[in-house]
Design a protein around this ligand. Sequence first.
Ligand code: AMP
Ligand code: FE
Ligand code: FE
Ligand code: ZN
Length: 278
Amino acid sequence: MYDLHTHSRISDGTQPVTELVAEIAATGLTGFALTDHDTTAGWPEAANQAQKHGLDFLPGTEVSCSTQGASVHLLSYLHDPTHQALLTEIHRARESRVNRAQLMVERLAEDYPLTWQIVLEHVHEGATVGRPHIADALVTVGAVAHRSEAFETILTTRSTYYVPHYAVDPVKAVELVRAAGGVPIMAHPKASSRGKLVSDEIIYAMIDAGLAGFEVYHRDNPPEGRTWLLQVAAEHNLLVTGASDYHGAGKPNRLGENTTDPETVVRIREQATRPHPA
Ligand code: AMP
Ligand code: FE
Ligand code: FE
Ligand code: ZN
C-alpha cells in the first residue's frame, strides 16, 4: 500500500527527507508521495532515499489555493516542476506566506513575547513558511505546550491574530496542474475542522476543469463528507485516495493510517502526461 500525502521540514513537517523516508520504509509501505506545501525541493533527495530503501516514489506538491475566503489544498502528482505558469502561482503563494506570517507575528507580539527571529529559528532553510512555524515559536516562548494546542487556540482561522495569504484559485490550479502534465487530486475536501469549506459548486467546477480525484480517506474528512465524496467520485469516474498527511512530530497523524492501493497509483501514473519513472 501507498501513503500519498506526507510532509518533510522542507515545508511544515518536522523531519529531514532522509529520516522521513527511512520511517516510511520501517512502516512497511510499498511506496509514498512527498507532498510538501508549495515546493518540489524535496523530490531529488526523496527519490534517492526511496531507491535506497526499495520504495516506489511518487513526486508531489500540495498546492495552496483559495477562493471565497476558503482555503483549498490541491495535491499535484508527477507534474513538471519547471512549468512556468504553475511555478509563478506557487511562488506568489510562498512569498505571500512570508508576509502573512510576519503580519501574524506583529499581531501576536502585542500579547506574547514573540519575535520574527524566533519564528525563523523554526523554519528550515528554504522551507515553505506556515502557521506551524509560528506554533513552534509559541511553544518556545511558553505560550502553548505543543503545535496542536496552538492550532486549537491562538492560531485558528477565527482568531484575531489570523491573517490569510494569497493563493491561486482552485479551478485555475487544476488547469495549471494538468497543463504541467500532473494529476490533480483534492486534499481533505471536507475537512471542516480546519475552517471554512469550499462550496460544492466550486468542487464541481474543479471537476469540470480536470480534477482527477478526491483524497477521501483522510482523518479530517467526517463520515458524511466521505459518503458525498464517494458518490460524486463514482458519478464522475474520479480516483479515490487515502493518506495520512503525516507531519512528523508536529501532528498526531501517523504514517500509513490511511492508504491508497497500488491499482490507483497505476491509474495516477497513466494520467500523467510527461515522462516519469515506472
Ligand atoms: P497554513 O498553511 O500556514 O495556514 O497552516 C496550516 C497548515 O498547518 C496545514 O498544512 C496543516 O497540515 C499544518 N499543521 C501542522 N501541524 C498541525 C497541527 N498540529 N494542527 C493543525 N494543523 C497543523
Ligand atoms: Fe501542512
Ligand atoms: Fe493540506
Ligand atoms: Zn498536507
